[in-house]
Design a protein. Structure first.
Length: 550
């Protein structure tokens, strides 16, 4: 399981530094950074928290930023300095490494690489996909990459078009200078075991974040606007050789069943079991698994097999009404004490707004002929008005923000009083009502104290490339009581703290006293304008690094 937050300690620093190497901080997709010492409810609401910089980039940033602390020897930086570096990938197939602690209003780019071969460009949504606007304008890097801190390598997937057609590639990138590693990149191909279904690099969209687990890079796909051929695909590649090791299709004898989860990544537990949700499509419970939560286990030969699954009793209605289960991401909840009836749980919610609490060891499959989900540990109908988004967890709370119709940011308690269940009503909620597509909260905290829920309001996004999107708005709430608003980037006069334009389903990160968010052609950082801001410092030692999108 990926490390929640890589801590790198330098002799000249008084506190540990945090790295963010994967989507939502860890392979359980909890969305919590519990090692934040600088940003607290008091400091964020105290008047010195504000925008520090916005860096202009060459494309939209759908992917969550990533962050590595104490990186020494990076191109573009002084060789004797260890830099805190924030990385942003764009839809122009570019990757930027930026000084996370820059004091310049326009930031500081350390290096920038574009991963297009000669004669290639990003895929155009209008010319190549008939105007499908699930990804706006151009399509290059759409998913959140993943970093292996042990080898200082970032893995990312690009999509491009040249004279020979559209190709998707898996890259292994050096964090120091953006160069290719391990003989990469490799073109992504795949087929079902009988060869009847082939991976289509044009139609398949990799919106779901990448996962690094047990020496494998795991990648998931849906289909742009459910355009045929439409399937859900999962593939695994050896992280050191980029050799493909497993291919899985969610609907090999049917259609659809895409894996996108509003950008959430496949989750993995300590046993290296993989968990994800699928979108609308065909379901039979034997070969086709649309509108389901699936657990993939690994066979001795390295190939995937379905170890277990959960499918709501009303799957047929979900499919017919375009109410994908897989529009919402999932998270693996903390293990409960031994002796609990269901020690290993996950939580998930889709477009119908029902929250499902599922036993990861005995997921319940499909209850044919039932009128409720008796096989789930718990189901809470109308927990949200509809979910296009990903949850977060902290200190016994689960946080969700609705996707459509508009709804509040809400917190539910988990395992209160040792029940092993989620509260049937929210314990708190925001006064503000968030519209589509604002649904990816994250939490920063110092252990079990000073919790803050961060959320990007992306309701001003625009799918028309000729019409400018409105700005994102960053919100911060007291994690113990969401009725307490701590900060909004619209509160400062003259738009001082405004980031770039809004992009749907995007997620901020918090690391070492700063918040980072990607937007339209930009990356923005906020922090404390005070001596508490941690600068780049000279290191005394070299750091060690161990559906439908609509």
């Amino acid at each position: 399981m990926a490390i929640l937050a890589l801590l790198v300690t330098f002799g000249v620093l008084s506190q540990s530094q945090v790295s963010v190497t994967t989507y939502k901080y860890d392979s359980a997709r909890t969305g919590q950074n519990i090692n934040e010492k600088i940003l607290t409810p008091a400091t964020v609401s105290g008047g010195t928290f504000q925008k520090i910089f916005t860096v202009p980039l060459d494309g939209y940033v759908y992917a969550q930023p990533l962050y590595v602390s104490g990186l020494k020897g990076i191109a573009g930086g002084a060789p004797d300095h260890a830099f805190n570096v924030v990385f942003a990938a764009t839809e122009h197939d570019s990757l930027y490494a930026m000084d996370a602690d820059s004091s310049s209003a326009s930031g500081s780019i350390l290096w920038h690489r574009t991963y297009l071969n000669a004669g290639e460009g990003p895929v155009d949504f209008q010319a190549d996909l008939g105007g499908c606007a699930d990804i706006n304008k151009e399509i290059g890097i759409s998913s959140t990459p993943v970093i292996d801190p042990g080898t200082s390598t970032m893995y990312l997937v690009t999509k491009s078009k040249g004279a020979s057609g559209v190709v998707q590639r898996l890259h292994a990138i050096s964090l120091l200078d953006g160069s290719e590693k391990f003989g990469g990149p490799v073109a992504i191909t795949g087929q079902t075991p009988d060869g009847s279904v082939q991976f289509d690099p044009l139609r398949q969209v990799n919106r779901s974040a990448l996962l690094l687990d047990n020496g494998r890079v795991v990648i998931a796909w849906a289909s742009h606007c459910d355009q045929s051929p439409s399937h859900g695909w999962i593939m695994a590649y050896d992280a050191s050789t980029l050799r493909q090791s497993a291919v899985f299709n969610t609907t090999p004898k049917g259609n659809e069943g895409g894996v996108w989860m509003s950008g959430d990544g496949i989750a993995a537990d300590a046993q290296h079991r993989l968990f994800f949700a699928t979108g609308n499509g065909d379901f039979d419970g034997t070969t086709n698994f649309s509108d389901s939560i699936i657990r993939l286990d690994t066979q001795p030969n390295g190939q995937f097999q379905i170890g277990d699954s959960f499918t709501p009793f009303n799957q047929s209605d979900l499919n017919q009404n375009d109410t994908d289960l897989g529009a919402g991401g999932l998270l693996l909840l903390p293990d409960l004490p031994a002796g609990n009836a269901h020690p290993h749980l996950l939580v998930q919610m889709g477009k119908n707004g029902t929250m499902y609490l599922i036993d990861r060891d005995n997921m319940g499959k499909f209850c044919n002929g039932c009128n409720q989900d008796n096989q789930a540990v718990q189901s809470i109908a109308r927990a949200a008005k509809g979910m296009w988004g990903t949850p977060a967890y902290w200190n016994g709370f689960v946080y969700w923000s609705s996707g459509r119709p508009a709804d509040s940011l809400k917190a539910w308690t988990f395992n209160a009083g040792g029940t092993g269940q989620i509260s049937t009503a929210p314990s708190s909620k925001s006064a503000k009502i968030y519209g589509f597509s604002t649904a990816a909260p994250v939490v920063s905290a110092d252990g079990t104290t000073n919790g803050i829920v961060w959320l990007l309001d992306n309701s001003a996004f625009n799918t028309d490339p000729d019409t400018a999107a409105g700005p994102q708005v960053l919100f911060a709430y007291d994690a113990l009581d969401l009725s307490k608003l701590l900060y909004t980037s619209e509160q400062a006069p003259n738009g001082r703290d405004r980031p770039g334009g809004a992009i749907k389903f995007t997620t901020p990160i918090v690391a070492n006293g700063k918040v980072f968010a990607g937007g339209v052609n930009s990356l923005t950082a906020w922090g404390l304008v005070s001596p508490q801001v941690t600068p780049n410092v000279k290191a005394s030692v070299k750091p060690k690094f161990g559906g439908r999108d609509h």
